[in-house]
Design a protein around this ligand. Structure first.
Ligand SMILES: Cc1ncc(C[n+]2csc(CCOP(=O)(O)OP(=O)(O)O)c2C)c(N)n1
Ligand code: SF4
Ligand SMILES: [Mg+2]
Length: 479
């Protein structure tokens, strides 16, 4: 029978692997004889054949296939160890018309990510998972994986895996087959051509299921790891046949692909106005307020800190909301650590033009310290030239740093003067506006119906006064 050898790269691959460092942009980083490359090719071919290259998003794991994004000409994300099914769930829900592929090794999927895969499978997320079972942690030099065979020598089981100390190899297909939601569960192998062909069929079935919104498909692929197993390529293929398959039987464990059911999720509401309405906030006024180009600070990484009950979280939320109304990117991250019980409660707030990466302010350029423990704790981590505003009503020690700007402001005292300690947060907001120059007090006041939607006119007026008082204090004493 005539055979056609296809030498060209499938369209699912990027033509030149430009993201791969080094000179060799035309080949993968996998070891000779490794199964990852074969599986990649089967996926890339299927994506081309079903015309899904543009519609697919591949989630790469941590493991040898961490760099899958060098190769696939799809949307790509590389995620934290074991978290691919969780990220894939979000990606799939936010992009219901995409084909989402979670690609994972046995350490990634069955060890650190063991719960993630079960929960995604149990929810019947619309995605296909390719699970590369090579019975070892390949990337890190050959440690025991959950799927390592009994008696198998690895760097962490030099005498062979002992079920008395290390437990039994975990059979993921069988485990996932206990769940109701998955639509397709199969185990195949890459150790010879007939089995590569069966793997090809399973790959295509899984991808088609994702394309047709059939739900969760799980394809476990027994795969050679010559480097981890300390064998050559041929020995590795034989080792799968003789040792892995008896423990991990090749089978289609479930195939409900033909059922008419399709996964339909509620379409996420992305319109900010609509989201605010649902959450009970007032209407968004972004772009009505103009960022002040002459502001002293235009990028703030702030820690607000104090006793629980001092309005720490509210100050942070108010500042983030005001920042948002001015069109800045903002984040607010509360710390609900053990310190909440009697020590320093604190939150991180970022207000800046650029995109925000991490929300936690580990190196703040501004600190608002409402009590002494907060001053002692956060003065230390301010960047040089940073701003320390502290509540001089309650703090009677002096900051020790000489390389920062210090603003003692009697925040609690002013709130008490207005007759309600709770307005400390808006006093802080006013003082913040004066120190940074980012916000105008009149404009903040115009936002009261947004910030205090549903509250009485009296409450709004009180908070307006608090903003003005904080602002005036800083202007009168530090300009
Ligand atoms: C949180 C975290 N823990 C541990 C590691 C170290 N680590 C990197 S890859 C890996 C296991 C990889 O094995 P597997 O998922 O089987 O993939 P393979 O390389 O065999 O394809 C581990 C433990 C890490 N990168 N991150
Ligand atoms: S270490 Fe193993 S899994 Fe990793 S690339 Fe090499 S052969 Fe493949
Ligand atoms: Mg592995």
């Amino acid at each position: 029978m005539a055979q056609k050898t296809v030498l060209r790269k499938p369209r699912g691959f990027i033509d030149v692997y430009k993201h791969k460092p080094g000179a060799e942009k035309d080949r993968t980083h996998y070891c000779p004889g490794c199964g990852h490359g074969i599986l990649h090719k089967l996926i890339a071919e299927a994506l081309e054949d079903f015309d899904l290259v543009e519609k697919s998003i591949v989630i790469s794991p941590v493991g040898c296939s961490v760099f899958a994004y060098y190769y696939f000409d799809t949307g790509n994300l590389q995620v934290a160890h074991g978290r691919a099914p969780a990220v894939a769930s979000a990606v799939s829900r936010a992009n219901p018309d995409s084909v989402v592929i979670s690609y994972q090794g046995d350490g990634d999927l069955a060890a650190i990510g063991g719960n993630n895969i079960l929960q995604a499978a149990n929810r019947g997320e619309n995605m296909v998972v390719f699970f590369v079972n090579n019975a070892i942690y390949g990337m890190t030099g050959g440690q025991m994986a959950p799927t390592t065979l009994e008696g198998q020598k690895t760097t962490t089981t030099p005498y062979g895996r002992n079920i008395r100390t290390d437990g039994y190899p975990i059979q993921m297909c069988e485990l996932i087959n206990q769940l109701t939601a998955p639509v397709y569960i199969a185990r195949t192998s890459l150790h010879d051509m007939p089995n590569i062909r069966k793997t090809r069929a399973a790959v295509r079935k899984g991808i088609q299921n994702a394309m047709n919104r059939k739900g969760f498909s799980f394809v476990e692929v027994l795969s050679m790891c010559p480097s981890g197993w300390k064998m050559d390529a041929v020995q590795s293929q034989n080792w799968i046949k003789e040792n892995m398959i008896p423990r991990f039987p090749l089978d289609t464990y479930r195939d409900n692909s033909d059922q008419p059911y399709t996964v339909e999720r509620p379409v996420p509401i992305m319109d900010p106005e609509e989201v605010r309405k649902i959450l009970g906030f007032g209407s968004l006024k972004t772009a009505n307020l103009r960022q002040n180009p002459d502001a002293v600070l235009r990028k703030v990484a702030l820690r607000v800190s104090g006793f629980g009950g001092q309005g720490i979280m509210s100050t942070g939320i108010a500042l983030a909301n005001v920042g948002m109304e001015y069109g800045y990117n903002v984040s607010w991250l509360p710390s609900y650590g053990p310190e909440m019980r009697g020590g320093t409660a604190n939150c991180s707030v970022k207000v800046q033009e650029e995109t925000i990466g991490a929300a936690e302010c580990t190196e703040p350029n501004m600190v608002i310290a409402m009590n002494q423990p907060s001053l002692e704790k956060f003065e230390k981590i301010l960047v040089p030239d940073g701003v320390l505003m502290y509540n001089s009503t309650l703090i009677d020690i002096e900051p020790t740093r000489k390389d920062i700007k210090v603003y003692p402001v009697p925040i609690t005292g002013m709130a008490d003067e207005l007759g309600d300690t709770r307005v400390q947060s808006m006093v802080s907001v006013g003082a913040f506006a004066a120190v940074t120059g980012m916000f105008d007090p009149g404009e903040i006041k115009s936002l009261m119906p947004v910030l205090f939607a549903g509250k009485s006119d009296k409450v709004m007026k009180l908070n307006e006064d608090a903003v003005q008082m904080g602002y005036d204090y800083v202007k009168d004493n530090f300009s």
